[in-house]
Design a protein around this ligand. Structure first.
Ligand code: AMP
Length: 118
């Protein structure tokens, strides 16, 4: 059994967040440490620790991440100029919270996709 993270408590509304969307499959809330004018996390309600733990049963929830991302991008006024969706996986991907989530970032030009090597 995977260990719950703070995101499960946010989904159950046991701790506060700036929630912008919730349905039976996914929850979206603003990142506490925003990296762009819009920075929203979209999270499956079911605890899936990493992309590596995804199974075919999860396809409906994971597809919903994209439809909700597009809807929120529209609401945030990002659709025309564009935005970025990021899913980090484990150490090399820079994952900090082990409850799979999609970052929706936008509101300014986001620069190159990866930091350049030194
Ligand atoms: P990642 O590095 O992809 O695992 O991203 C984790 C993200 O969760 C980071 O951008 C954090 O700022 C964000 N985060 C951590 N705790 C909270 C919280 N309580 N509410 C909102 N965002 C959070």
């Amino acid at each position: 059994m995977a260990e719950e993270t703070i995101f499960s408590k946010i989904i159950r509304k046991e701790i506060p967040s700036e929630m912008v969307y919730q349905d039976e499959r996914v929850t979206a809330f603003r990142d506490i440490n925003p990296q762009a004018p819009t920075h929203i996390l979209i999270v499956p309600n079911k605890l899936i620790p990493t992309v590596d733990d995804v199974s075919s049963e999860d396809e409906a929830a994971l597809g919903r991440l994209f439809t909700v991302a597009a809807r929120l991008a529209q609401e945030e006024g990002l659709s025309r100029e564009g935005y970025r969706l990021i899913v980090n996986c484990r150490e090399h991907g820079g994952q900090e919270v082990y409850h799979l989530h999609m970052h929706l970032l936008g509101g300014r030009p986001l620069g190159p996709m990866l930091a350049r090597r030194q």
